[in-house]
Design a protein around this ligand. Structure first.
Ligand code: C5P
Length: 238
């Protein structure tokens, strides 16, 4: 079941509740969900999730958990209890860690009587290019092959999907099927500034290739008119 009403997820990369609430109030009709990431969460804490839930919007808690299985399972349990619709862990934490997170989130959602969150694995960050991947991180081979292999491992471990660049959508769909959730950041409308993103694509192309959800931050939240920027993205993908 999808907990999210349209594919556009807005990243609330802000420091304050006031900034977040202003964005949510304006963008709520155009966004499927709002993403709380490490900036907003570390500034305000778990209250961020409760504030958004009170506004009746779906929340993606993007804390990219990566630790030993017991610690990650504990954190996934807490995030599920808060009512997240999506939470994520790093695929590089391995299959035991991923399985522990997925099971903990499901068990806790059941116990607390809230919807099961979708648990997804972060593959290779969209800010990493092929050279950085091989020379700096030290993993040999093509990024696409690593992403597909992590996506298959995530599926085996009982996760609902992955976070990946739009450039890997086709290969992931082939390997993991139509029901597998693919969340793509690194989305930039034609002509927009790419910032620190490397493996980018336009929203229209990402959806045509089969992205389940798009995560967009600065092209909307830093736009002179965030509502107009979100509407333009929705027009492009519809
Ligand atoms: O501003 P921008 O659209 O680049 O923001 C993308 C958002 O997606 C950020 O909140 C970032 O933390 C997140 N992200 C992610 N996984 C990636 C790349 C970005 O969750 N691979």
């Amino acid at each position: 079941m999808s907990l999210i009403k349209n594919p556009l997820i807005i990243a609330l990369d802000v420091d304050t509740v006031e900034e977040a609430v202003n964005l949510v109030d304006g963008l709520e009709p155009y966004a499927g969900a709002f993403k709380v990431g490490m900036q907003f969460y570390n500034s305000v804490g778990p209250e961020t999730i409760r504030i958004l839930k009170r506004k009746n919007v779906s929340v993606f808690v993007d804390l990219k958990l990566h630790d030993i299985p017991n610690t990650v399972a504990g954190a996934a349990r807490v995030i599920a209890r808060h009512g997240a619709s999506i939470l994520n862990v790093h695929a590089a934490g391995g299959s035991t860690m991923m399985r522990a997170a997925a099971e903990a989130a499901r068990d806790e959602a059941e116990r607390a009587g809230v919807d099961h969150p979708q648990v997804v694995a972060v593959t290779v960050l969209t800010s990493i290019d092929q050279r950085m991947f091989n020379d700096e991180i030290g993993i040999p081979g093509a990024i696409r092959e690593r992403v597909v292999s992590w996506a298959k491992m995530a599926k085996e471990a009982g996760l609902d999907g992955v976070v990946a660049s739009p450039r890997e959508i086709t290969a992931i769909r082939e390997a993991c099927g139509t029901d597998f959730v693919i969340i793509t950041p690194g989305v930039r409308p034609a002509g927009a500034v790419v910032n620190d993103q490397k493996r980018t694509m336009t929203p229209g192309d990402a959806v045509r290739l089969g992205a389940t959800y798009l995560v967009v931050g600065r092209p909307v939240i830093a736009a002179p008119d965030p509502v107009e920027a979100a509407k333009a993205i929705l027009r492009e993908i519809s």
